[in-house]
Design a protein around this ligand. Structure first.
Ligand code: ADP
Ligand code: MG
Length: 252
């Protein structure tokens, strides 16, 4: 099996002025295999977004090692950021906020293509194809973020993430701000993309039931530590850690 992400003994300590440090992530290790969808669940403040920011190179670990497609993330982020972000892309919780309010969705989606020197006309063609791929029509490229629904904006954010044809997608609460029906549609879209585009996905979510329907494997985070990992059905039917038992009780 090919490891798309390797996290080895990673910790992240935030230094706070005038108050105690926050050890947000404590000595965690895990991998994401090619083609896999890995869920990360845990309550608010358990460290999920810190993990997302670490594995996308937005922050650096206090200790430990992170490899993305077999490259050291810190080294590649300095030496070849375009290469790093051709492999890994991210979708956030609030799609409207993730776009520039003064620019069209099309501008946001083709930014990475322009950065890679693709001509405007070629980029426009790619954007139209991407919009169709995520279930929107090409005219969405001329709309502004506030002119579309949350679900449509999240589809556009997924199109933006796919523009560079990444191998890995990190979704941090990507469906949490959407209503249940739209949530389901976005998950179906992600699942289809995984199958058709050779994507490996990390799906971060505080909702274990949603993770069960979509993920091959799940990691349970509690207070910055991995307290349990395995197949969603096994974890739900036979939770080991005290925290996981509470989490399972809350969805039954
Ligand atoms: P989650 O996404 O699971 O809700 P986070 O990763 O956002 O959790 O936060 C984990 C812990 O780290 C929390 O206690 C949070 O307050 C703290 N934290 C996150 N980012 C920072 C930061 N930049 N500076 C200080 N503390 C932070
Ligand atoms: Mg978070």
């Amino acid at each position: 099996m090919e490891e798309m992400i390797t996290v080895k003994n990673v910790s992240k300590n935030f230094i706070n002025r005038g108050s105690a440090d926050t050890l947000a992530v404590k000595d965690i290790s895990f991998t994401l295999e090619r083609g896999e969808t890995l869920g990360i669940v845990g309550e608010s403040g358990s460290g999920k977004s810190t993990v997302a920011r670490l594995i996308t190179g937005l922050i650096s670990p206090t200790s430990g090692e992170i490899r993305i497609c077999d490259n050291d993330i810190q080294k590649q982020r300095c030496e070849d950021p375009l290469g790093l972000y051709s492999n890994i892309q991210m979708v956030f919780q609030n799609p409207v906020e993730s776009f520039n309010p003064r620019k069209t969705l099309g501008y946001g989606i083709d930014e990475s293509l322009r950065n890679r020197g693709i001509s405007p006309s070629a980029a426009a063609t790619i954007v139209a194809q991407l919009l169709e791929k995520v279930g929107l029509t090409p005219d969405f490229s001329t709309k502004y973020p506030h002119q579309v629904s949350g679900g449509q904006c999240q589809r556009a954010a997924i199109a933006r993430a796919l523009a560079v044809e990444p191998r890995i997608l990190i979704c941090d609460e990507a469906t949490s701000a959407l209503d249940v029906t739209v949530q389901k549609q976005i998950i179906e879209l992600l699942d289809e993309l995984r199958r058709t585009r050779d994507l490996s996905i990390i799906f971060i979510c505080h909702n274990l039931a949603l993770v069960q329907s979509f993920c091959d494997r799940v990691i349970v985070l509690y207070d910055g530590e991995i307290v349990e990992q395995g197949k969603p059905d096994d974890i739900i039917n036979n939770p080991q850690a005290e925290y996981t038992k509470l989490l399972v009780d809350s969805i039954l």
